[in-house]
Design a protein around this ligand. Structure first.
Ligand SMILES: Nc1ncnc2c1ncn2[C@@H]1O[C@H](COP(=O)(O)OP(=O)(O)OP(=O)(O)O)[C@@H](O)[C@H]1O
Length: 277
């Protein structure tokens, strides 16, 4: 069977951090958005990035994906300085990462299977039959076996997220980025997406970086949590350490109501039918 061709980059040592960010500074216009961010993402961990609205989470994510150039500082991914490598090398590096965006972002005119095969079509010369098998395998991983011929409009919100995850992992990435994976989902479905993220990490050993507002979800899936505030890292530590943090800004963040309602389905249904919150 044909294999995905190895990208044109040397493989880094396994004990190297998946991502290292040093003294990252970025501006939008004259406004400093990230102000000396330094963090190291360990290979195989689930790192959750949290922070209030406007704290710089999405901007940091864009830097990690190589979509923005820093004003100062460095981002190393899988051992490579992403702002110092050639466009060809950056493209090769991107083949080792998967991204599951907030909206799911499936193409509505393509079947689920075609959506999942898109990265394979773009980056590989695999035979059609091989791509179909790989898409089917990934659909099984995300618990959507048999959905390849459905159109996105036929899927529920949770199924769309799952299909988006299948597409994000179709190239067997080393690092998976998830932006607000459970946004807009009901509590039960959103809990199942949390389980899926943990399952993907356990089954594949990939490094997972999740940006989320949702405390409950962060506490459930994170190995470590990185708390951003006004473009700086307040703390990066284990769930327990973050829970016990004496930092008043972190206490403030943890004290806020989560956007997700309680996960008890009966309670959720009752609140829905009562029309109140
Ligand atoms: N393209 C842009 N041009 C100018 N300012 C921007 C741009 N994108 C974001 N900002 C500003 O930068 C700051 C950080 O934005 P960012 O989207 O990174 O925050 P965030 O933590 O992801 O917020 P949220 O949780 O609300 O999505 C915000 O004040 C935002 O208004």
């Amino acid at each position: 069977m044909a294999q995905i061709p190895p990208p044109a980059l040397p493989t880094p040592a396994p004990d190297l951090p998946a991502i290292e960010v040093r003294d990252l500074v970025t501006y939008y216009g004259k406004r400093k958005i990230l102000d000396g961010v330094t963090l190291s993402v360990r290979t195989g961990e689930v790192l959750v990035i949290m922070g209030g609205s406007g704290s710089g989470k999405t901007t940091l994510l864009k830097h990690l994906l190589g979509l923005l150039r820093p004003a100062a500082g460095q981002v190393r991914m899988l051992g490579h300085d992403i702002n110092a490598i050639s466009a060809r090398q950056l493209n090769a590096l991107r083949q080792r990462i998967g991204v599951a965006f907030q909206s799911g972002a499936l193409f509505s005119s393509l079947s689920v299977g075609e959506n999942i095969m898109l990265p394979l079509r773009e980056h590989t010369d695999l035979a059609e039959s091989t791509m179909r098998i790989m898409a089917r395998m990934k659909l099984e991983v995300v618990d959507l076996a048999g959905a390849e011929d459905l159109m996105p409009a036929e899927l529920s919100g949770g199924m769309i997220k799952r299909a988006a995850f299948a597409r994000a992992i179709v190239m067997d990435p080393r690092i998976l980025f998830c932006d607000e994976p459970s946004a807009g989902l009901d509590p039960v479905t959103s809990a199942s997406i949390d389980d899926l993220i943990a399952h993907l990490r356990d089954a594949t050993g990939m490094t997972v970086i999740v940006v989320t507002h949702e405390l409950e979800s962060a506490f459930k899936i994170a190995d470590r949590i990185c708390v951003l505030d006004h473009g700086r890292i307040l703390e990066i530590d284990t769930v327990e350490a973050i829970r016990r943090s004496a930092n008043p800004r972190i206490q403030d963040l943890l004290g806020r109501r989560t956007e997700r309602p309680a996960t008890d389905p009966d309670d959720y249904l009752r609140r829905l039918t009562e029309g109140g919150r």
